[in-house]
Design a protein around this ligand. Structure first.
Ligand code: ARG
Ligand code: ZN
Ligand code: CA
Length: 256
């Protein structure tokens, strides 16, 4: 593809009126869209921190995001839907994705990237559904205080990178460590990301060697690791290829 793919986004803000902070403002939502458009185009200012040995792997995915301007009925929209709930918080069980369970129904998942923003329990920052799953639960869910860069966004997850990470999953990326809990036997099915033992947290120092991956070690600054927002700043070419294969395959309805 030589043309940038622009994906329409609908943000469902599901909030309890007894906790007004959950009803995040439009500015916070716009700050998140800006982060996505920087991160997916390798236009994020912190990309300069990528270690020189990996600079050639930094990828512009050619994917951008825009708040939807037409709703499913064809009417103009801001791309932001606010829904009141009586629930105190949600979790990974998808209840936030349906009006029947206190959440908000998705817009057609073959035409919109559905993003639900709400209070999440248990320290969960967000979660995503991989391509190929049921349409009525397709999309990503993000904790309001890990969404965007202003308003309720709270350090160390106030850089908008939770959505970058979860949309990576939505476009078929696996965790960079292969989810094998230190076994070094499975990886992320991407050739140019080093095999690494397990997730990294916080802000590690380069190089961090695991799974015999020296001298450069883990690519802990990759969006698909678990480091702090300020410590992650790249997708690789291999990851960009995988996301674009998803856009040309399972999610091809977005390219028309
Ligand atoms: N699903 C992950 C979690 O809830 C998201 C981690 C995102 N990492 C970040 N630095 N924002 O822990
Ligand atoms: Zn993840
Ligand atoms: Ca890899």
């Amino acid at each position: 593809r030589t043309q940038v793919a622009v994906l329409p986004v609908v943000v469902h803000v599901v909030h309890n009126p007894a906790a007004p902070v959950q009803n995040i403002g439009d500015e916070q939502i716009r700050s998140q869209i800006e982060v996505l458009n920087r991160d997916f185009r390798a236009a994020n200012p912190d990309v300069v921190k990528v270690p020189p040995v990996w600079r050639h792997l930094v990828a512009d995915t050619m994917i951008e995001f825009r708040l939807a301007d037409v709703d499913p009925a064809g009417a103009p929209t801001s791309g932001i839907v606010r829904t009141e709930t009586s629930r105190r918080e949600f979790t990974w069980d998808d209840a936030v994705k349906s009006g029947a369970t206190g959440g908000a129904d998705p817009w057609p998942a073959d035409q919109y990237l559905n993003v639900w923003v709400c209070q999440l329990g248990g320290g969960l920052l967000g979660y995503a559904q991989f391509p190929g799953g049921p349409p009525h639960t397709d999309g990503v869910v993000i904790l309001h205080s890990a969404f965007g860069t202003v308003g309720t966004a709270t350090p160390p997850f106030d850089g908008g990178r939770t959505a970058t990470h979860e949309i990576g999953h939505w476009l078929d990326l696996y965790h960079i460590w292969g989810d094998d809990d230190g076994a070094c036997t499975s990886d992320d099915k991407v050739a140019d990301t080093p095999n690494q033992a397990r997730e990294n947290l916080g802000s590690p120092t380069f190089p961090r060697i695991t799974c015999d991956n020296g001298p450069n070690g883990d690519m802990f600054m990759n969006y698909m690791d678990y480091t702090d927002d300020a410590a992650m700043y790249m997708f690789t070419r291999g990851q960009a290829t995988r996301m674009n294969a998803c856009l040309e395959g399972t999610r091809a309805s977005f390219l028309v």
